[in-house]
Design a protein around this ligand. Structure first.
Ligand SMILES: [Zn+2]
Length: 169
């Protein structure tokens, strides 16, 4: 450090320690600082935290652009490989969420059947046909729901009568 010239306004003594100041902001340059060339008169310049942040940001933006170009070039040159990797990762994700999905769909189906949900009833009509659930009118769904409710009631009643008969004999 002996041969480095410091401008008096860019030096500050703190607890007996000489600290450099940023040539741009006048702020104290701490451990993370870098030397930033020398002025014409040979005075060593430093950069502060603000400068470093700006520098990092600038570098990141610059690299982001080059990185994007690089990635695009790689994708264009390795279309099959990229597609294969994409498929692989899709399969992986699909498998990862399978259990959760199954559980959810089982619960959903159970609830639909119990509560005679629209989807459950619409599927009764669309099953083994080319119809889509959206093709089934709401009035038909309502009617079918009532029919199923009635059938379920009758079944319950029959079960009740069977139990009674068994109890009597
Ligand atoms: Zn600075």
């Amino acid at each position: 450090m002996s041969n480095i010239i410091h401008h008096p306004s860019l030096i500050e003594e703190l607890a007996g320690e000489i600290k450099m100041k940023c040539s741009y902001h006048g702020k104290l340059a701490d451990n993370e600082i870098i030397k930033k060339g020398k002025s014409k008169s040979g005075i060593q310049r430093y950069r502060c935290k603000i400068c470093m942040q700006q520098l990092h940001k600038k570098n990141y933006e610059k690299n982001k652009a080059t990185l994007k170009i690089k990635q695009a070039k790689y994708r264009a040159e390795n279309k099959e490989k990229v597609a294969a990797n994409k498929k692989k990762s899709r399969i992986k994700t699909f498998a990862k969420h399978k259990e959760k999905r199954n559980l959810y769909s089982q619960e959903y189906c159970k609830k639909q059947i119990e509560e005679l949900g629209d989807n459950y009833i619409k599927r009764i009509f669309t099953k083994r046909t080319l119809l889509k659930t959206k093709d089934i009118p709401a009035s038909l769904v309502e009617m079918k729901r009532e029919v199923i409710r009635l059938k379920r009631l009758i079944k319950l009643k029959e079960i009740g009568e069977d139990i009674e008969k068994n109890n009597q004999s």
